[in-house]
Ligand binder design. Structure first.
Ligand SMILES: Nc1ncnc2c1ncn2[C@@H]1O[C@H](COP(=O)(O)OP(=O)(O)OP(=O)(O)O)[C@@H](O)[C@H]1O
Length: 557
């Protein structure tokens, strides 16, 4: 049953937005969106990369001012537009973003009560009673059935625990809003409508098996009456959580469906606007064709001439959580790497690429031997390696540069004529690549920071493929990428592998690994503990990862 906000008639919707629009220069990023979310409802907001989801969320948070003519009501009350900066909480809105917004060096209790001390009522100058605050924090966690230690430092928590804390904090903001609004309710009922919790891709960094804790918490928050707007590309998570899904395309609502009544295929079609499978291979070959430069042929020759042995060979790799990882990858092979958090899998891409301090071990690329203790990213590139890192914002792109400069930064030398950079040729190629990789808008001169997250990821991939390596190392390459594009990237990378490139694909998304890999290595306790060959399924990977983890803890116990 839906909790009722007033004393008569239908419950007040938690959120009613009318005609929200946003223009960036000549481009209409949001084209007049209407949206209603009922109290206690979990609504998924879906759409391909660049469809306008973040723009809508940023209007709700007050980060963007919408075009004139829009209206917003939350918890039955009119919210001024633009939403006053930093005051969304006062109107019953609360946000959790992918980066969670926690103070990593602070304790759990400090994060929970930041900005609103439970304290002694003597104001901000009163001494902080830590034991009282910790008890208050414990009561909050008990309320949400969440097991968190108020004393722990947030940076020491696992990502899942950090996400739980961020959600509890946001839900508490809404509970306090409701208390305040109830006290002030003009109709004297003491009853106030519930607010809206916005979750913007909160599952991206969480290990598959721990998402269930987050789902439990979100369901519980919604059961209490709060409406949840869940922005995500994660179809299984959407199916798990959402009652209804609204789909955006080109800034407009093009679908509003009950999730339980809609197949995955229909959802993907609504999101992408076409039958994905029919276009994957076409898009993939376009992108692979686009990057097959003369240099690439040279590398193909190097790859095939590497002799009888594997193209890539890693022995006793140490670094981070890795204690001695040894494995090989053949030319043309896609090898997945799976592991629980702390298994060492997440350190492997950086140790192999010379980007992890203190790493050691030996790798061989096409027969040439390299000592990882003396390796660097520059040496790795020269050796024929490329790395697509998980942390796109920090390591993948240069946000202040254009799409073209980012895409072509590894091959700028090819555009120097008579000592000058041939900007026209650079721009022509950049536009071509942007089209081939489906970057929207397909404009090589756009600043990369103005692209949506998924489109930035396409730029990162295009950049590395411009100068095709012998060995491509990918860490969570489809994070934040929409479902249609994900399939497209899978197809593209399969075609690249077919040209002789060896691909090492490290991911916590076991569905994805099952889909793309010819072989999956299971990392546990810093070593490769098992290997899965065809038939590769998500269940087999999950079982192997846990079996390896259990063997490790038995040994340690
Ligand atoms: N600050 C900005 N300046 C110029 N254009 C922008 C800006 N922010 C967004 N856009 C454009 O608005 C459109 C919608 O982007 P938005 O980030 O809302 O998409 P999204 O659906 O959240 O995508 P993703 O799934 O990739 O995160 C895109 O074409 C994007 O390039």
């Amino acid at each position: 049953m839906n909790p009722v906000g007033g004393d008569a008639g239908a419950p007040v919707p938690a959120l009613q937005a009318r005609h929200l629009a946003k223009r960036f220069g000549g481009q209409l990023a949001l084209a007049g969106v209407d949206l209603t979310i009922e109290q206690g409802e979990v609504l998924a907001l879906l759409g391909e990369n660049g469809s306008g989801k973040s723009t809508l969320v940023k209007i709700l948070s007050g980060f963007h001012a919408p075009e004139p003519g829009g209206r917003l009501r939350v918890a039955g009350r009119e919210v001024p537009l633009p939403v006053p900066h930093d005051h969304y909480r006062d109107f019953g809105l609360s946000f959790v973003y992918q980066d969670l917004g926690l103070g990593i060096g602070l304790s759990v209790v400090e994060n929970l009560f930041v900005g609103r001390r439970v304290g002694s009522g003597r104001g901000i100058l009163a001494p902080i009673g830590w034991s009282r605050e910790r008890r208050a924090a414990q009561r909050v966690f008990d309320r949400y059935h969440v097991d968190l230690d108020p004393r722990a430092t947030v940076g020491d928590l696992r990502p899942t625990a950090q996400a739980l804390l961020a959600i509890v904090r946001a839900a508490e903001d809404l509970r306090l809003f409701r208390e305040r609004a109830g006290v002030n309710a003009a109709d004297g009922t003491g009853e106030a409508a519930h607010g809206v919790l916005v979750l913007d891709e909160p599952t991206v960094f969480l290990p598959e098996d721990e998402k269930v804790f987050l789902f439990d918490l979100v369901r519980q928050v919604a059961r209490g009456g709060t409406a949840v707007l869940f922005v995500s590309h994660d179809l299984p998570a959407i199916r798990e959580l959402a009652d209804r899904a609204v789909i955006l395309r080109d800034g407009a609502v093009i679908g509003d469906v009950v999730v339980a009544d809609t197949s995955d295929e229909s959802l993907v079609e609504l999101i992408s606007g076409h039958h994905v499978s029919a276009t994957i291979e076409r898009a993939a070959s376009r992108a692979v064709e686009a990057v097959r430069t003369p240099g690439a042929e040279g590398r193909d020759a190097a790859a095939s001439g590497a002799g009888a042995g594997p193209l890539f060979d890693a022995a006793d790799v140490v670094g981070g959580q890795l204690r001695a990882a040894t494995f090989t990858v053949d030319a043309g092979e896609i090898v997945g790497v799976a592991g629980l958090l702390g298994s060492g899998a997440e350190d492997l891409p950086y140790a192999l690429f010379g980007a992890l301090a203190g790493a050691s071990g030996v790798i061989r690329v096409g027969g040439a031997r390299h000592d990882l203790a003396r390796f660097s990213p520059r040496a790795a590139r020269a050796a024929g390696l490329a790395l697509v890192p998980a942390d796109r914002a920090q390591q993948g792109i240069a946000p202040a540069l254009t799409v073209g400069e980012n895409m072509l930064s590894l091959v700028l030398g090819q555009y120097v004529r008579g000592g000058f950079l041939d900007r026209r040729a650079l721009r022509r190629t950049a536009d071509e690549r942007a089209r081939a990789f489906g970057v929207r808008p397909p404009d090589g001169t756009a600043l990369v920071s103005s692209l949506s997250g998924g489109n930035q990821q396409r730029v990162v991939l295009a950049r590395w493929l411009e100068d095709p390596p012998l060995v491509l190392i990918l860490h969570e390459p489809t994070q934040g990428v929409d479902v249609g594009t994900r399939a497209e990237l899978g197809g593209m990378l399969r075609q690249l592998a077919a040209t002789g490139i060896a691909i090492i694909w490290v991911s916590t998304d076991f569905d994805e690994l099952a889909d793309v890999s010819q072989r999956v290595l299971v990392c546990s306790d810093g070593a490769i503990a098992a290997q899965i060959t065809a038939p590769i399924t998500r269940d087999r990977i999950t079982a192997a990862v846990y079996a390896a983890g259990a063997r490790t803890s038995e040994r340690e116990g």
